[in-house]
Design a protein around this ligand. Structure first.
Ligand code: PGA
Length: 250
């Protein structure tokens, strides 16, 4: 049985004070949920988050990492340092990184490997554009991203990954995939994981949905058999909304 996981992707938003407010709202409810909760704020907030979540069960996630461990990469952060800041998770392959920062599948794959080598669990994002969905190539696009992102990883390493299906047309647009559309893509992803790793490993990998998840649609999405949680952007910046989405993952 896969536990539900709800992760907050703050993107380039948030502040020290939002962190305090968010934890004040989440903390009292953590005892009532079996849902795993991960907060991925900007890097500069990671240490504070890590100190503040002690004993709450809330987990710490980063939004990005470099594949190299040190060197002349101005502005980048290594997996070693993320680990020191308490990161247990890191998002990789988000469509904003793929599109705005030209990240290739190969770079994403090497980031994933570096994270795994340093005990940080990757949340590997995959998802198609609107044009790809309209032209009917969405399934092969997502499967190709998955294959490239996980290529060369052992089944054991793959078992440490979480996959997030985030159709680009649903991110920040208010347009959500229907629960059926999401569930059917998740089924395809799990089938692919079965052949990449093994049926046993695939059965335990959590597959999250992301793209305009909000208080209104969280329950219907999270009640789908193949949807194991959510990667939440905009609504994760609103304390009450995020707390209600976590509650929907009960
Ligand atoms: P959104 O973002 O919830 O604002 O659509 C999700 C994401 O990009 O991870």
């Amino acid at each position: 049985m896969r536990a539900k996981l709800v992760a907050a992707n703050w993107k380039m938003n948030g502040s020290f004070s939002l962190l305090d407010k968010m934890l004040d709202v989440l903390r009292p409810n953590m005892g009532n949920t079996s849902c795993q909760v991960v907060i991925c704020p900007p890097h500069v907030l990671l240490s504070s988050l890590n100190n503040a979540v002690e004993g709450t069960g809330i987990e710490v996630g980063a939004q990005n990492v470099h594949s190299e461990l040190s060197g002349a990469f101005t502005g980048e952060t290594s997996a070693i340092l993320l680990k020191e800041c308490g990161a247990q998770w890191c998002i990789v392959g988000h469509s904003e990184r793929r599109m705005l920062f030209d990240e290739s599948d190969e770079f994403i794959r090497s980031k994933t490997e570096t994270l795994l080598n340093h005990g940080i669990r990757p949340i590997l994002c995959v998802g198609e554009s609107l044009e790809q969905r309209d032209s009917g190539t969405h399934e092969e696009v997502v499967v190709a991203q998955l294959r490239k992102g996980l290529s060369g990883l052992t089944a054991e390493d793959q078992s440490r990954c979480v996959v997030a299906y985030e159709p680009i047309w649903a991110i920040g647009t208010g347009k959500t995939a229907t629960p059926e559309q999401a569930n059917s893509m998740h089924t395809i992803i799990r089938k692919e994981l079965e052949s990449l790793a093994s049926p046993e490993v695939a059965a335990n990998i959590q597959i999250l949905y992301g793209g305009s998840v909000n208080v209104e649609n969280a329950e219907s999405l999270l009640s789908q058999s193949e949807i194991d949680g959510a990667l939440v952007g905009g609504a994760s910046l609103k304390t009450d909304d995020f707390s209600q989405i976590v509650a929907a993952g009960l």
